[in-house]
Design a protein around this ligand. Structure first.
Ligand SMILES: [Zn+2]
Length: 213
């Protein structure tokens, strides 16, 4: 499995394209603006069909191009139902953005929840619910790859904003300790913004989670 790291859109939100040549399929995790033009040549190069789009949460910058990706590829879209309003009516976030971007809702085909096991690319991905940045943030963990795609729950030496609707630092800290710090320490954490880190590195040095433990 190859992990293509694709920062895109106005605030460099990272879309992760996972391709597997053995199965000829691919998964896209989050769909920031401009992602479609970035994944097209990669899918062609890897000879893969985009099978699914997984949204880590319903913030506009992670799903700005979700509808376009769905239309262009027919990918099955998954997300957590706690972010349903954000995903279906993203304009409710526009007042926090300072600009109108003409956001499109994304049609979700299947809602995911805590403990779900998704089979994709010949592997199993476990869904863990990590609310606190927003109500519906989930992570997708692949034990075989030693990788967790966490959205905006945890960053390298940081955590996601907790001051937006549905956010709470206490809840976020609890989510990180119970759902991320319980993964093997060597697990690579792929966040929605910035550089990758590992579970062990954040357990040792993340100032936000330690401060509220
Ligand atoms: Zn977010």
């Amino acid at each position: 499995m190859k992990i293509h790291v694709l920062p895109s859109g106005p605030i460099q939100t990272i879309g992760y394209l996972l391709t597997e040549s053995k199965t000829g399929t691919a998964i896209l995790i989050d769909a920031p603006g401009g992602i479609l033009d970035k994944i097209r040549p990669l899918l062609e190069q890897e000879v893969c069909r985009l099978a699914e789009l997984w949204l880590t949460h319903g913030h506009w910058d992670h799903m700005q191009e979700g509808d376009a990706v769905k239309r262009a590829t027919g990918a099955l879209v998954r997300a957590h139902e706690a972010d349903r309003a954000l995903i279906e009516t993203p304009e409710i976030m526009e007042k926090f953005m300072g600009a109108k971007l003409g956001l499109q809702g994304v049609p979700v085909d299947a809602w995911v929840g805590q403990g779900d096991r998704l089979e994709a690319l010949g592997r199993v991905f476990e869904v863990r619910h990590v609310p606190g940045h927003c109500a519906g943030n989930v992570l997708f963990y692949c034990a075989e790859a030693g990788a967790a795609f966490v959205g905006d729950a945890l960053f390298h030496r940081g955590v996601g904003r907790w001051d937006l609707p549905g956010g709470s630092l206490a809840q976020l800290s609890h989510s990180i300790r119970s759902q991320i710090y319980t993964l093997p320490p060597a697990t690579i954490v792929f966040p929605g913004h910035g550089s990758r880190t590992t579970v062990g590195e954040e357990m040792a040095g993340n100032p936000y989670v330690a401060a509220t433990a």
